[in-house]
Structures are given as C-alpha cells and as structure tokens.
Design a protein around this ligand. Structure first.
Ligand SMILES: Nc1ncnc2c1ncn2[C@@H]1O[C@H](COP(=O)(O)OP(=O)(O)OP(=O)(O)O)[C@@H](O)[C@H]1O
Length: 946
C-alpha cells in the first residue's frame, strides 16, 4: 500500500541557513543537515523486475510515483536529494564536506548514514570517510601556522554491546558519564594517525573487525552500528606565551540497517541481531522525533547505547549531517517511507555547535605558576602592590628633584659670578677712591679688562692664581658689556619692585591675621559656650525633674546660641573668601615673574595645579586685593624714574622686567612707546645685545630669588587656609551637635518614661560602639582618639550622651566626605583627595609616631610577644611600624579592637583614671595649634650678599 507522506515539508521551510548566535561565530545554532541518497536498483531487484517507485523532482525533492494517478503525491523536500546517478563524491561535496571540515576549526561533527538494510549506507559512508580524510589532510597541508594531531578510535555496537574495533580483544566496553565530556567509552583504544595512509590503514582494520553477515537482502550486511571517531587537535604555534588549541571529534557513523523479518528472512543469530538493530534504530527515531519538536521534556537518549554515544551529535555540541539512503524499489516502499519520515523529523533538530578551544596544560601550568608567584609575593609584602604605582611616582619626583638641584647649582654659580664681580668692583673702588657709589665705573671695568696683563708679577701656576684667573675669565664673559652701572640700576629697580610686593603681601597678611584672630577667639568662645550647654544638658538629663519653665528657658537659650553659631559661619565664609583672594593675588604675582615659557615656568605651572586650594578658575577673581601701590593696581602710575631705569633691549618681550611685560600684556599702555624710544637712544645694536644678555642673567637670578619668597608666602597662606577650613568644619560640627543635643533632650525625656532599663542601654551601647568603630575606620580618625574613647567609655549609663555625640559627629563627617565625592575611601580604595588625603596623611604620621615609641614603652619580651602574636615576620625591616600598621585595621573584630586599644594605650601612657575624664570627648575641639609666623621677605640683595 503506497500513500502520500504524512508530514511533507514545504520547500519554503527548508531554509538551511545557520541561525546566527548573538555571541558571535564561536557558538551557533544549526539544524541537522539532512540529505537523501537513492541508490540504483540492485541486481536482485532488477532480476525480480521490481519497479522504481520514487522520482527525484529536483535537487531537493523526491516524490512517490503514484501509479494510480488518482491524486498527486506530495513531495518530500530535504537539503539535498541525490538521484541514483549521483556519485559519492557529489554526495560528499554537497551533503557532508563542510560539516566534516568543521572539525579542523574545533567544532565537533558527525556524519551518519541511516536507512534500511541494503540501501547503500556502508557504500556511501566509505566514500564519505575517504573523501573527508583526503580533504582533511589537504587542509592540514594548507594551514602551516597550526600543528595538527589526528587520533582515531572506532567501536561497534553489536547486540547492544560496545566493542573496540581497533582492539577486539579488549572485550565489551562500558559507557561512562562524564560531567564535562558527556558519555565516554571506557578504555577505548585510540591511535595517533601518523599520516593519511596510516589513517586509512587503521580504518581498514576497523572494517575488517566489524560484524558482517549475509542476509537475504544483503550479502554483506552490517550487523552492527559502527562509529569511527577522528579526534582532530590543532595547536596555534606558540604566541604571546599561550598555546591555544582546537579540539574536535569527527564521527563517521555507519548504522546497521532496519530490516523486516519477513523481507530479510532472518532467523537465529541474524534474527537476534536484527531485533537489536531495529530496537536501537527505533530509539534513535524517537530521539530525533522528540528533538524535532524542540528540546522540551524527556529525550530518551539513555534507551540505547547508540543514542547515548551519539547524544552530543543529536541536539548538542556538534554539526551533524545525516545521509538517508533509500532503495528505489517498489518492493521496499514502506521501508523507504519510514526512512523519509525519519529524515523529515531529523531536519528539524537543532544543534548548538561551538568551537572547542583549549589552552594547553603546559601553558596553563605556566600561567598558574606565574599567578602563584605573584600572589606569594603579595603575601610576603602586602604593601608592595600598592607601592608599585607609588614607586613610579617617586621616580618621577626624583627626576624633578634632580632637575631642581641642577637649577640651584646654576643659580649658585651665577651668584658666585656676581659676588666675584662685586669683590673686584670693591677692590677697584678702593684703588680709584672717589669713584661712583653705584657699582663699578668704566675705569674699574678697564682695570678688570687689563687685569690679566697686569698680573704678570704673580705666579700663574699657584692654585690661588688659577682660581683668580678662572673667575676673571667668567667675569669677562659676564661683563662683556662695558657699563656695569646698568647692573646696579637693575638691582635697585628690582629691589624697589620687591619692596612694593612686600608691602602688598604684608597688608594682605595683616587683614588675614586680624580676621583669623577674631575668628579664633570666636571659635574658642563657641567651644566654651558649647561646653556650658553640654554641662547644662547633662544636668538636665541627670535631674529629669527640672521644672518646665526652666526647660523652656534653656530651650530659648539654645536656639539663640544656634543662631549665633550660624552667624559665625558667615564670618568664616568671608574669611575664606579673603583667603581665596590672597591666593589669587599670589598666583598673579608668581605668574608675573614667569611670563617666559621656560621649562622652569612650566614646572611652576604644574606645581600650581596640584596645590590645594588652587583658585586658578575661581569665580572670585574680581575680589583680588589690590593695594594702591601694587603692581597689579590699575590706578597705579608708572613713574618717570621707572621708565628711565628700564633696561634697553632689542626684544620687546623683555622690555622692562618680566613683571612689566606681563602688565603690558594685561593692560596695553602707552609705555611701549617709551620703551621704543629708549631703545633708539641706546648705543650700537651689538652692545645692546651683550648688555641685554648680562642683564637677563641677573634678572633670572633675581627672579628665582623672588619666586622663592613668593613660594614661601604661598605655603604660609595655604596653611592659614587649612586652619580656616578646620575651624569651619568644627563650627559645623558644633551647630550639628547643638541640634542633636536639643533633639536628644526630648528623646531622653521620652526614654525616661518608656525604657531606661540597663539591659536595653547595654545592647544599644554595643550596637552604637560598633558603628563608631566602623566610622573611625572609614574616616581615618586618630588612633589615640579611638583608644581613649574606647577605653574610657565602657557602657556606663552616663556614657550615653558621649556616645550619641560621637556617633553623630562621625556620621556627619562620613556624609561630608561622601559629599566631597570620597565616600568610604577606606573601602573603595580610590585615591583620596583633599581633606581625606590630609586625614590619611595624619593617620600615617601618627602610626609612625607610635612606632617610634614601641622600643621605649615596651620591653624586649613584650615586643617579641606582640610581633609573634600580630604575625610580624621575625626578619624584616621596620618591625615596629609593621606592628603599629596592623593596629585598628579590622573594625569587625572586637577582639582585635580591644587589643589594639590596649597596645596604643601603652604606647601613649594612657590609663583610665579620673584625670582622663570622659568630658574630653564632649566637645574636645582643640584649637588649631599655633604655627610659626611668616618669616617675611628675604631681600634679593641678601641672597646675593650685596
Ligand atoms: N549508490 C550506489 N551505487 C551503486 N551500488 C550501490 C549503491 N549503494 C549501494 N550499492 C550496492 O548495494 C549493496 C548494498 O549496499 P550496502 O552494503 O552499502 O548497504 P547497507 O545499507 O550498508 O546494508 P546493511 O544495512 O545491510 O549493511 C552493495 O553491494 C553496494 O555496492
């Protein structure tokens, strides 16, 4: 009975293009490639005058020839349909080649033939295998950048027993489940194929070992399923210290053919074989059917050894091609229809093939060894990794220092030159008696010029003589211009300018000092007030029976004080603004001395950038303090004397001084003309040039000295700024605390009525203390403070206020740091900036200070015990610092905290006594310590010993 296909696939559905994978080409989903090969009628069929029942419509369709012509049959469509005349080469090229060659690029591949007995499976698979081997070796030859290794293993499943075809004697093999590789055949022999010939030879052995038997339908019927597995491993030759390799298996599967007992006429052994074959093929068909409906539900891979072994090729990590072989004979039409039905299901199965890339064990071991070495090194020296980047910074700094040292050396040399010149001048003055007070006269210069000739009486070979000659030679070059009075003029001019700067700076400082003193007093008063407030509140807490009127009065008092404090905040803001202005003035002054684009000025510029409180882009530029006589004052008039004293130059950029050049740049002035006129009044161009060179040298010298002065002034102002910032911060804390204390009062009142049991306070205290410890850690609070607080406050009910205040203060500080963009710096590990950096630096200095006290405060025995306990290596540098660096580092470990506090207490001679009252934590805002006052300007002439 011949029918139409139950589930024919329309051609449109057979889009066999690969489904793209979003991850890229390494993993892809792909349907199984299904082709159908129809063999010619064999001799037996021809002898029986069997009819050809199937018609290949085109390369993709095959249709049953309906002899009755009653209704047209629906064609079956596949990736490719090969008519009887098609060669195996063509079947390979169009049905299996690209799948087979995938193995070379690390993708598993399986090609198998499915069909009824005698349909041509073995015939086809032989040809496919042969062609694949040929192409594989061809590809290997054309891929010289990789090394390939081919290994072969082969098995047959005969009556559900797995046999090694390369080593039949090994007996039945077991299947094992590997979590990574899937099902593996235990003890399956694997041979390395030396070359194509060797591989073919090994395949020949497998074929020879395979179970073959004679049946009615096939003289040489395969009685088992055969799987020849080629494992292709390719190594990319060593590159970048990694050895990458692709590994993939290529399975050639020649299934046994399904057979009908009635047709095959089998009995006994063949019958038994046939039933095993049919059963396993049935399982394969049901696996395919399940997979074709999507991978939902249970897929019965484990129902047969065949499907277990082929599991990864069926819906798994492999590209798969199935060649379904059919007989064209009308006598086998039912079997053929079954095969086509199987093929139809198979083409819906989707595999997910991926490239199997592995890193060689050797390379992996090498990498792991490196990693282990690195980690060991880090363990040995935990600070090293953090110091690695610091080291490069240090190297950079050292380079800068070297450059600066070189500059200093140059300056010294210049100063010596000037000194020598002056000495000579003085000597000349003595000789001349009555010469001008202002530096060497033309006679002196002449004296200097002829010194060499006149010194013939002195022994030229004595060391003193050699020194004098050397100095004179230098002076000669320096004083190539004949008029040294210009130098004296220049010195006077610069000193005059310096005096003006000095006046400006002193005036600015005066204002600063006044404001600062006022503010400091205000702050101290505030602290005093706060102490009073605190004690009042404490009294209130203690005496909860205070009359309501008094409470109200206190409340009013507090509000008043808060307002007062807030007002003081404005004073700080104004003081800060003034400081900013001073900073800007200084920047201006410095830049006025550095108009030339020299490496020196570049360095200055860079340094300016990293200075704290740099206000280059400050919006307060309009508030620059300008003294009436300041060079920056727009109202200031340039005196005739200044114009006259200008050094004649041939270069407009150095007209006057650098400062004036800058001024000219900022505000164009008519003085440019005067400069030109002076230029025209001077001597010849040659003399002008040499004078200009000398004057420039001296100017550079003075400029350096002046810059040094300004730098020290800048540092001083920066320190003042820091102090103001601290005061500002303290002020905010005070306000915060007042608010908090006020709030606490009402809470305390409530608590009085609700719950004041010692147990609940104890629990609350423990919780709050842990919070405080964590906040200390996050905010880099002083270890001494932590220790004192920790040891003094042990959970007494009277500690409540102190704990609350400390907690509030730290919470505010932590939030403040977070607002600055430095949230939890200790945890984030980012490079801290600004105030966080200052805290970290202070903490580091404190640790260094404590480390220095280890030897004098602890006995040798105690030290050694602590080193052992805190795991400080017995041999190593700075063991004391190592120990101290470990203290107060684990905020979660209360045992660690307790021990840290005890050690620090010992180091600072702190003990819990009446002297060390808890009151120190209430409002212990230490006033900023008195810094040394500014030393004032250092006159340039002093530097030059003039
Ligand atoms: N395409 C073909 N062209 C010519 N002869 C073929 C073709 N396919 C198969 N044959 C011949 O048909 C016979 C049976 O083929 P083969 O043994 O390959 O079938 P089979 O499907 O492997 O059978 P079994 O399942 O019983 O092992 C062989 O003699 C083979 O040479």
């Amino acid at each position: 009975m011949v029918g139409t296909p139950a589930a024919a696939t329309p051609s449109s559905k057979i889009q066999r293009t690969l489904a793209g994978t979003p991850g890229g080409p390494k993993i892809r989903e792909e349907k199984i490639r299904v082709t159908v090969r129809m063999r010619p009628l064999n001799r037996k069929e021809q002898a029986m005058y069997d009819l050809i029942a199937w018609d290949c419509l085109d390369e993709h369709s095959i249709v049953f020839k309906n002899p009755n012509q009653e209704r047209p049959a629906i064609p079956y469509t596949f990736d490719r349909v090969f008519a009887p005349a098609c060669s195996t080469q063509k079947v390979y090229d169009e049905g299996a080649k690209d799948v087979a060659l995938s193995a070379l690029s690390g993708i598993n591949a399986t090609i198998f033939a499915y069909g009824q007995t005698s349909s041509g499976k073995t015939f086809t698979m032989k040809g496919i295998t042969e062609n694949a081997i040929r192409d594989i070796y061809e590809c290997i030859k054309n891929t010289p950048e990789r090394d390939f290794v081919l290994r072969i293993s082969a098995l047959e499943i005969y009556n559900e027993t797995v046999i090694d075809l390369l080593n039949r004697e090994s007996g039945p093999l077991r299947l094992l489940d590997d979590p990574e590789k899937g099902t593996i055949v235990e003890k399956l022999n694997e041979e390395v194929a030396k070359d194509g010939h060797h591989l073919r030879h090994l395949i020949g052995i497998c074929e020879a070992h395979r179970q073959v038997g004679e049946t009615t339908l096939n003289d040489k019927s395969s009685r088992s399923h055969q799987i020849i597995r080629l494992t292709v491993e390719s190594f990319l030759r060593e590159s970048a210290d990694r050895v990458k390799s692709y590994i993939a298996s290529l399975n050639f599967v020649d299934l046994a053919g399904s057979e009908r007992v009635s047709q095959a006429n089998t009995c006994g052994t063949r019958l038994k074989e046939g039933s095993h074959i049919n059963r396993s093929l049935l399982t394969l068909a049901s696996v395919i059917r399940k997979l074709s409906c999507g991978k939902h539900g249970h897929v019965p891979y484990r129902d047969s050894k065949l499907t277990r072994i082929l599991q990864s090729s069926l819906g798994g990590n492999a590209r798969t091609a199935i060649i379904c072989t059919i007989s064209p004979a009308l006598s086998h039409v039912e079997q053929t229809r079954n095969t086509l039905s199987f093929a139809t299901s198979a083409k819906e199965v989707v595999n997910t093939a991926r490239v199997n890339m592995v890193v060689s064990e050797k390379a992996r071991v090498r990498e792991l060894q490196k990693e282990v070495a690195r980690l060991e090194e880090e363990l040995r020296n935990p600070e090293m990794s953090a110091h690695a980047c610091l080291r490069s910074l240090l190297a950079e700094k050292e380079l800068k220092i070297q450059q600066m040292e070189k500059d200093i050396e140059d300056m010294r040399r210049q100063r010596d030159d000037a000194q020598s010149q002056l000495d000579l001048e003085r000597r000349a003055n003595k000789v001349q008696k009555g010469s001008s007070d202002y530096g060497p006269s033309s006679q002196v210069v002449r004296c200097l010029s002829f010194a060499e000739e006149n010194d013939s009486a002195i022994d030229k070979h004595t060391p003193q003589r050699r020194e004098v000659v050397g100095r004179q030679a230098m002076l000669k070059s320096l004083l190539a211009s004949p008029d040294p009075s210009i130098l004296v003029d220049e010195i006077q001019k610069l000193e005059h300018r310096q005096l003006q700067l000095c006046e400006d700076a002193n005036r600015a400082l005066e204002v600063l000092h006044k404001d600062f003193a006022t503010h400091k007093i205000g702050n101290e008063e505030t602290a005093e007030t706060m102490s009073k407030v605190l004690s009042e509140i404490k009294d209130l807490v203690a005496a909860s029976s205070t009359a309501e009127e008094i409470m109200n009065a206190d409340k009013a008092n507090l509000v008043e004080k808060i307002t007062q404090l807030k007002n003081q905040g404005n004073t700080i803001a104004s003081l800060e603004r003034k400081l900013e202005n001073v900073q800007i003035s200084i920047d201006k002054l410095v830049s006025a001395f550095g108009t030339e684009d020299t490496p020196e000025s570049n360095k200055q510029h860079r340094r300016k950038k990293i200075l704290p409180f740099s206000l280059n882009n400050s919006p307060h530029m309009q508030h620059i303090i300008r003294a009436p006589c300041s060079p920056l004052s727009s109202s200031r008039k340039v005196t005739e004397h200044e114009i006259e004293n200008r050094v004649p130059q041939n270069n407009i950029t150095s007209c006057g001084s650098d400062t004036f050049a800058k001024l000219h740049k900022d505000t164009p002035r008519k003085d440019d003309e005067s400069c030109d006129s002076i230029l025209s009044r001077e001597g010849s161009p040659a003399s002008r040039q040499s004078k200009s060179v000398n004057v420039k040298k001296i100017q550079k010298m003075f400029k350096n000295a002046a810059e040094e002065n300004i730098r020290s002034f800048r540092v001083y102002v920066t320190e003042l700024k820091e102090l103001v910032a601290k005061l500002h911060y303290q002020k905010q804390l005070l306000v915060c605390q007042v608010l908090e204390l006020e709030a606490n009062k009402s809470v305390t009142e409530e608590m009085d009525t609700v719950d004041r049991s010692p147990l609940s306070w104890r629990i609350l205290f423990e919780q709050q203390r842990k919070q405080i410890i964590m906040l200390w850690h996050l905010c880099h609070i002083s270890l001494v403070h932590r220790t004192q607080f920790y040891l003094l406050l042990r959970g007494d009910p009277t500690d409540q206020v102190y704990v609350e205040v400390e907690l509030r203060r730290l919470t505010w500080l932590e939030q403040h740091l977070a607002e600055l963009g430095n949230a939890s710096p200790a945890l984030l590990g980012d490079e801290p900036a600004g105030s966080v950096l200052a805290s970290i630096k202070a903490l580091r200095q404190e640790r260094e200070y404590l480390a220095k006290r280890v030897n004098c405060k602890l006995t040798l025995e105690e030290r050694e015990m602590l080193y052992a306990k805190w795991e400080v290596p017995p041999i190593g540098k700075q063991r004391r610092l190592q120990l101290v660096n470990k203290l107060w580092t684990d905020p979660y470990n209360m045992h660690h905290i307790q021990e840290s506090a005890e050690i620090v207490a010992k180091l600072i001679d702190f003990c819990v006594s009446d002297e060390n009252s808890k009151d120190m934590f209430a409002l212990n805002f230490a006033s900023p310590y008195n810094r040394k006052t500014w030393a004032g300007w250092n006159f340039i002439s002093n530097l030059l010993n003039l």
